[in-house]
Design a protein around this ligand. Sequence first.
Ligand SMILES: Nc1nc2c(ncn2[C@@H]2O[C@H](COP(=O)(O)OP(=O)(O)O)[C@@H](O)[C@H]2O)c(=O)[nH]1
Ligand SMILES: [Mg+2]
Length: 333
Amino acid sequence: MCDYTPTDEHAVKLFQGIQKRDKISLSRAITIVESAAEQHQKIANELLKLCLPYQGKAFRISITGIPGAGKSTFIEALGKLMVNEGFHLAVLAVDPTSTISKGSILGDKTRMETLSREDNVFIRPSPNRGMLGGITKSTYEIMLLFDAAGYDYMIVETVGVGQSEIFIRLMVDCFILLLIAGAGDELQIFKKGITEIADIILINKADGSNQQVATKYAEEMKRAIHFLALEKSTWKTPVFPISAKSMWNINRVWDTIKSFQQQIKASEDLKQRSNTLKVDWFRFLLKERVVETFFSNPQIKTEIERLEKMILNDSLSIYEAINQALKKLEDNS
Ligand SMILES: Nc1nc2c(ncn2[C@@H]2O[C@H](COP(=O)(O)OP(=O)(O)O)[C@@H](O)[C@H]2O)c(=O)[nH]1
Ligand SMILES: [Mg+2]
């Protein structure tokens, strides 16, 4: 299956554990992939090479919405249906408390207590380092580990902030937007064009006295986006109300996901989109890596400090300082 000859024993051991879907091996592997330490990166590279032939095995879903929209509650509800049908599920959860607690013990509260007890489910709370609302540079690589572990579905929970939605969209097969009626924020989301990149839009908390409002809001949004996306692809983004808490319409979401999955297989334009997204994501990560390599170089760091001092005492223009910093990069290479 894989003609790559591995050299690192540690990576091979982890890989074997991952293939058995051993949760401890998976957790360790994720920690290594996320680590910036040089010896870890070496193992991570070996490990990811071993996993590469399995890329794309699992169907990738993202759930995006503002904090409090009910993403975790929804994942727990949907996850139950997946598990009931015998599927294996991996979740990357964003923990809203982890920014406050700075990754302390509170960071384990993902509010998916029932789901996390299932044998066929693996939940990893994201350390949320602030980049792109829960998405980190390692997210794509972690997904590759899940592919190798033979998960059928993976769900990434993300908080929609700024430009992050676009990057999340690049990484998954199915982008689900979770909104709540009357939050005010969704208007802003709407304007930013996020609805155009969503594959499924759900209006959550459609229960009790809120059900009518949520249903009306879903109808309005459906009309608006279908009007905007006249000649989009073969897929017409479904919009409907749900209640994650009372499990209302969650079956309908699950059915919609499955039919979207079928459509991706069958339709050329959706396949094409997925390939474009892969290349875009590669370019994005490459840019990130270039910036990181540049700023972590000790000589460049020293040079930048020197240049900043000169900018502050007006002995150098910003433009000239940029040229000098880049010159340092050329000298180093
Ligand atoms: N009434 C109602 N409350 C919900 C629903 N889904 C989530 N909640 C509540 O909304 C709050 C935030 O939910 P959570 O899943 O943590 O949101 P997240 O920040 O988007 O992950 C919690 O108090 C949930 O119990 C729902 O469908 N109906
Ligand atoms: Mg959450």
